[in-house]
Design a protein around this ligand. Structure first.
Ligand SMILES: N[C@@H](CCC(=O)N[C@@H](CS)C(=O)NCC(=O)O)C(=O)O
Length: 213
């Protein structure tokens, strides 16, 4: 029996779809729309009170949430997939730093900026929250851009989960064109990730049209 991923096309669950594809593991994907009220959302909330995808139902009956937890566990249990620097690799600490930077500084900007009316009252406050979280996200990406020199991957010669996050998140606001103009090194990584043949089916399922320019 394979793990079951509760997913929304184009959302953070793409990261897990891609991780499983790179590890060559079977995965049953159940797509739903996390923004649409109904029985599928009610089930998601029961499994993950944060009502977020990815939510993973593991073959052993346990539930796993948080993309980084799911992917780090995958990397640990599937070392042949080489999804992160090994324990004794000097780049490991830096890898962890930026993985958590993306997850704790960048990802929440979507949580609070995507649906600002969930967090503040009034149109003006909503617009302000949207704008400030968008700005904060751009600042974070610029910090990452100036901190690492991909060659060709974020951690140097070896692909890692960091590349996956950059690749997937470049499809989201501020999107590829902004990355091309402001973060050319990250943009180059995103293009390489999008071109990975092992991930072609994942992209097809999730991003109708890649708006890379
Ligand atoms: N920290 C979580 C964030 C997941 C997340 O924010 N997913 C979005 C879709 S990309 C979501 O489900 N948003 C709905 C919500 O937060 O209400 C993770 O890394 O898995």
């Amino acid at each position: 029996m394979s793990d079951i991923l509760i997913a929304t096309r184009g959302a953070g669950s793409v990261l897990v779809e891609a991780g499983y594809a790179l590890a060559g593991l079977p995965l049953q994907i159940e797509y739903m729309d996390y923004t649409a009220p109904g029985p599928e959302l009610a089930r998601l909330v029961r499994l993950n009170p944060l009502r977020q995808v990815p939510t993973l139902l593991r073959a052993d009956g346990t539930v796993l949430t948080e993309s980084a937890a799911i992917l780090l566990h995958l990397a640990e249990t599937q070392p042949q997939a080489r999804l992160m620097p090994a324990m004794d690799d000097p780049r490991r600490a830096e890898f962890l730093r930026w993985l958590f930077f993306i997850n704790t500084a960048i990802y929440p900007t979507f949580t609070y900026g995507d649906k600002p009316q969930q967090w503040v009252e009034g149109e003006a406050a909503g617009k302000q929250l949207r704008a400030s979280t968008d700005r904060r996200r751009e600042e974070c990406w610029l910090q990452l851009e100036s901190s690492l020199t991909p060659a060709p991957w974020m951690m140097g010669t070896d692909f890692s989960l960091l590349d996956l996050y950059v690749g997937v998140m470049s499809h989201w606001r501020p999107r590829h064109i902004w990355f091309g103009n402001h973060c050319p090194k990250l943009h180059a990584v995103a293009l390489e990730v999008d071109a990975k043949p092992e991930l072609a089916d994942v992209w097809k399922r999730n991003f109708r049209k890649t708006e890379i320019a």
